[in-house]
Ligand binder design. Structure first.
Ligand code: MN
Length: 145
């Protein structure tokens, strides 16, 4: 089966959902689930779009992410390092690794993300963990909670 895309990064018949439920800290992010796997392919294939000036939640968890940027550019924290990312760059978020995506002020950051269907809940940093993360070069100015 084929899900055709509409203009930009929207897909016909796929709802554009809020990124997460209430109670997590993010800004200007939407989510589309392009594939919801079962059987021998128990993964979800999602598209996220972080709007201009927006960011995903600063979090970590046991499950991994495999990400490919397909719209715009931005920056991502992986562990203790902030990376510039752009179209077709691939990002791997290993288990229990702090991560956060940010879009620039003047445009969106859109990326595909593969994740296990059965996965643990994200953790957010304690005040002590946040302080420790902030000590790494370039990270204190980058992270948002
Ligand atoms: Mn995550």
């Amino acid at each position: 089966m084929v899900i055709r895309h509409d203009t930009d990064c929207t897909w016909i018949g796929v709802p554009v959902l809020p990124y997460k439920e209430d109670g997590t800290i993010f800004k200007s992010v939407t989510r589309q689930v392009l594939f919801d796997g079962t059987g021998d392919l128990p993964v979800q294939f999602r598209y996220f779009e972080v709007g201009p000036g927006g960011h995903s939640t600063l979090e970590r968890h046991q499950h991994q992410h495999a990400v490919m940027v397909i719209r715009g550019c931005g920056r991502v924290l992986v562990g203790d390092t902030v990376h510039e990312i752009g179209i077709r760059d691939v990002v791997h978020i290993p288990p229990m690794t702090w991560h956060q995506f940010r879009a620039p002020e003047d445009g969106p950051l859109g990326f595909l993300c593969v994740v296990a269907s059965d996965r643990d809940r994200p953790q957010r940093p304690s005040p002590e963990e946040f302080a420790a993360l902030s000590g790494f070069p370039g990270v204190g100015d980058f992270i948002r909670v």
